[in-house]
Each structure stands twice: as C-alpha cells, then as structure tokens.
Unconditional design. Structure first.
Length: 165
C-alpha cells in the first residue's frame, strides 16, 4: 500500500455512518459524504449532492499529514472501473476540495459535463488538459481544449482511498 491510503489493518480505520452518527472523538472528524444523482430532465446529466445523514469519520492525524483542512474535505464512492486496479469500483475516496490546482499526475475528482469522474490530470501546452485513467486499455486518454474547459470543474484532489479485495 502507498502512503496515499491506509492499509485495512491500521487501527484508525474509517467508519461510514448513517442517520444520527453521534459526535466524533477528539482525534477524528466527520466528513460529509457526497453522491452523484441524475438531474430532473437532464438526459443523462448528473449533479453531485451531499448525502445528508451519511458521513465518514476520518482521523485528524491523517488529514494533518496530508495538509488537508477538514472544512475542505469530503468523501464519495468511486463508481466504475476506470481507475482499476489502483482504486477499485465501489471504493470510498476522500477529496480535498481546497486543492484544485493541477499537479501533473495526481488524481482528482472532477465534474466533467455533468459527470462525476475520478482521473489523473495533466496540464498541456495551449491551455489544454489531459484526462487519464489507470485502466487505459478500456478508458483511453482524453484531451480537453480551452473551449471545452467550460464543461470541466475540478472538485478537488483525491488524497485517500480504501481498496477492498
């Protein structure tokens, strides 16, 4: 496992709660959990909304180690196989919404034309961006040109994920 995500055997494993979760301890914080929903009449367009009542408890030490402000952190579930085998379909991820400046080769959550996507991003000459997947055999690279950038919003950098085998 890399430093980007804890192994499943670490004592500070994360807890996803629903309903009335109760207060987080002094050494943890509850992060909001987001999900993607289809917009009414959106013809396949979606929007990202907070899944009210669902949170993920996250150790404050992990956030501090990654220099993540808890007020900017949120969680979601990765859907699809584009980032496999690094991040598996259904894996929980944590996003730093305060980190939207592209560092080449880092993983970001993006809203791309109304779709929530998790991808590697790279800056290119002429104001373009390359969107890449771990599973490039099934999901080839995409180049986004400046006029198309209006349809792309960087939600934040993915700084943690859990992999279940």
């Amino acid at each position: 496992m890399t430093d980007d995500h804890p192994s499943m055997t670490e004592p500070q494993s994360l807890t996803i709660t629903e309903g009335e979760p109760g207060p987080a301890g002094l050494d943890e914080v509850e992060l909001p959990y987001f999900r993607e929903v289809e917009m009414e009449g959106g013809i396949g367009r979606t929007q990202v909304i907070e899944n009210h009542g669902m949170t993920m408890r996250f150790p404050t030490a992990k956030l501090a180690k990654k220099n993540v402000n808890p007020m900017n952190a949120a969680c979601a579930t990765l859907v699809g196989n584009s980032m496999e085998p690094r991040i598996m379909d259904g894996s929980p991820i944590a996003i730093d919404r305060g980190c939207t400046r592209i560092e080449d080769g880092k993983i970001y959550a993006i809203d791309h034309g109304g779709m929530l996507r998790v991808k590697y991003l790279y800056r290119l000459p002429l104001g373009r961006i390359r969107i890449a997947s771990e599973n490039s055999a099934e999901h080839p690279d995409e180049i986004v040109s400046p006029p198309e950038l209006e349809e792309l919003r960087i939600i934040g950098r993915v700084f943690w994920w859990e992999v279940f085998d």
